[in-house]
Design a binder for this molecule. Sequence first.
Ligand code: NDP
Ligand code: MG
Length: 347
Amino acid sequence: MLKIHYDADASLAPLAGKRIAVLGYGSQGRAQALNLRDSGLEVRVGLRPESWSRGLAEDDGLEVLETGEAAAQADVITILLPDELQPAAYERSIRPSLRRGKTLLFSHGFNIRFGRIQPPEGVDVVMVAPKSPGHLLRRVFKDGGGVPALLAVHQDASGHAAQTALAYAKGIGSTRAGVIETTFPEETETDLFGEQAVLCGGLTSLIQAGFETLVEAGYQPEIAYFECVHEMKLIVDLIYEGGLAAMRHSISNTAEYGDLTRGPRVIGPEVRARMGQLLEEIRAGRFADEFTSPGTPRKLEDLRKKQAALQIEQVGKGLREMMAWLPETGGRKAAAAPEPRPEAVEV
Ligand code: NDP
Ligand code: MG
């Protein structure tokens, strides 16, 4: 049964007098560290010596230590490094000082679920996963609210691992919205599936296939872009605010009839079967093996280059110049050098 915790059921007491090390100062690291600090908890940031985020953390008024030093001094160690870099950082900077009674905290279950990090007995291993990017976690907190989070316990050595995690969730503001209990496998498998099949992979392939179908049929690419890309936000905003019904309420009867009768033909039984295959690959660990194999960073770079060259991206670049209201974000991943991230500005 669904278990949700709110502010009233949560206390910061389990973290009183405890030292928290937030390792990494990116999207999640910065937001979580600042929210915890503003909740009155003792937070330090752990970064590698050459880290470009160091100045940002210091400007935010936080003490920054080398990753291993921060982990060694802490009671609660939050690992907010990119998932693929966590195992090496764990071996080098965390494991040597990991003692009985400490808590290891993740915001995504990947490395625990797929056995890439295997913490020793005696250590609590928990997850607090905010369901939003870091800049939103921070902004909503500053406005007095919180974003919902998921909470899970992988290893309860102390007997109070869940209370520690719940206190942490309160510290980042998430109990103000609601914290839902899950497990490491459930969070990891559904998160990967969602981003592959629906949110990122499914959506971008759907957009691209629609755009190319129109262009190949001889329509102007700019018109195809408006119909298959630009208007997506209007639809998604409506779904976000009021579910599928609210979106269908706002569109014309023509659009709604087309939606209800043609949508299931686009995403038919074959697509559902392939979604099932993706889920199976995830659960069997085959996606994790592929993602963490040595050739992947190179492959990812090649794929990014190919995508950037697509007509849909070129056409979009031109059209977006007409839209003076759009924020000037290039997307940090598009940049070759580590530039300040879009979300770094408004925290
Ligand atoms: P980012 O890529 O935004 O930030 C990573 C941070 O780690 C940077 O500060 C980077 O700094 C630092 N870093 C990289 N390598 C090392 C290293 N070897 N040692 C120490 N620091 C290092 O990560 P995210 O915040 O996106 O993701 C962190 C975790 O949060 C992941 O587990 C992710 O799955 C999870 N998560 C992310 C969400 C999101 O919206 N982004 C949402 C929910 C969960 P530098 O490179 O300067 O050293
Ligand atoms: Mg996700």
